[in-house]
Design a protein around this ligand. Structure first.
Ligand code: RB5
Length: 156
């Protein structure tokens, strides 16, 4: 699958150390990884890095994105404000697998103050290696897009 191995990664100061390690891990695993920052543990603002990463996923430069902040929540809130982005905060393997299979999530958000590094690495691997199961879920994923572009019709 063309572009499948192209991944973007970003963090704020709270996620910086995890990002550096995940970047190394993914490159070793053969992914072409674009690092959108931040570049140190100096305090910074997560929406900026979520935005930079989402632009790369939106324009097709990268197939998936991995965002790390303290909880993963701020990153997911910022990411989900971007058209076409389906970002999920995950801290367990089941949810990580399901958000790819059922929600066709394209951005994984991790909390460096929530999960230990090994878990973050495992969740990243699961996210990037799990495919979306089309069929039943297509209608729901399409509805997410309709809500986003204000064309959703409540048939009730
Ligand atoms: C930074 O202190 C923290 O608020 C941020 O990393 C993130 O957890 C926000 O959701």
């Amino acid at each position: 699958m063309k572009g499948f191995k192209k991944v973007a990664i970003g963090s704020d100061h709270a996620g910086f150390t995890y990002k550096a390690r995940l970047l190394e891990h993914l490159r070793k695993a053969g992914y072409e990884v674009t690092d959108v920052g931040c570049d140190s543990e100096e305090r910074c603002h997560y929406p900026l890095f979520a935005h930079r990463l989402c632009r790369l996923v939106q324009n097709g430069t990268c197939r998936y994105g991995i965002l790390v902040c303290g909880t993963g929540i701020g990153m997911s809130m910022a990411a989900n404000k971007h058209r076409g982005i389906r970002a999920a905060v995950c801290s367990d393997e089941y949810s990580t697998k399901m958000t790819r299979e059922h929600n066709d999530a394209n951005v994984l958000c991790l909390g460096a103050r929530v999960v230990d590094y090994d878990t973050a690495e495992r969740l990243t691997d699961i996210f990037l290696s799990t495919g979306y199961i089309s069929g039943d879920h297509d209608t729901r994923v399409k509805m997410l897009g309709e809500i986003e572009n204000c064309s959703f019709k409540d048939g009730e």
